[in-house]
Design a protein around this ligand. Structure first.
Ligand code: SF4
Length: 102
């Protein structure tokens, strides 16, 4: 009777440890639009909300996932950006520093 319980406790501990390691390995802190740097660069977490009058160089299809500076994989929901060290931008986001991939 104790073996199944020990096994269950072991698996629960393993799952909890994996969750902690995953959190450490992949920081989830997202850039907030109201952050000073984000505001200065006109960052939007969703490119669909870009003010095209204020940022006329924005073109449909531009987003962080298609930006040369994006450090996530194209299908990642969020990834790093060198302009926002220690935080992540959303793949669907956009800012005025968007750069075409080579
Ligand atoms: S530089 Fe590129 S990846 Fe970084 S926030 Fe701007 S659009 Fe997104």
């Amino acid at each position: 009777m104790t073996r199944p319980i020990q096994r269950r406790v072991f698996l629960m501990t393993l799952a909890a440890s994996s969750a902690v390691i995953g959190t450490i390995a992949h920081p989830q802190t997202l850039v907030e639009e109201k952050d000073a740097q984000a505001s200065a660069l006109g960052y939007f977490a969703d490119a669909k909300r870009v003010d095209t009058k204020k940022y006329p160089k924005f073109a449909a299809g531009q987003n962080c996932a298609s930006c040369a500076l994006y450090q996530g994989k194209p299908n990642d929901k969020a990834g790093g950006c060198p302009l926002f060290a220690g935080k992540q931008v959303t793949g669907a986001g956009w800012c005025s520093a968007w750069a075409k991939e080579a």
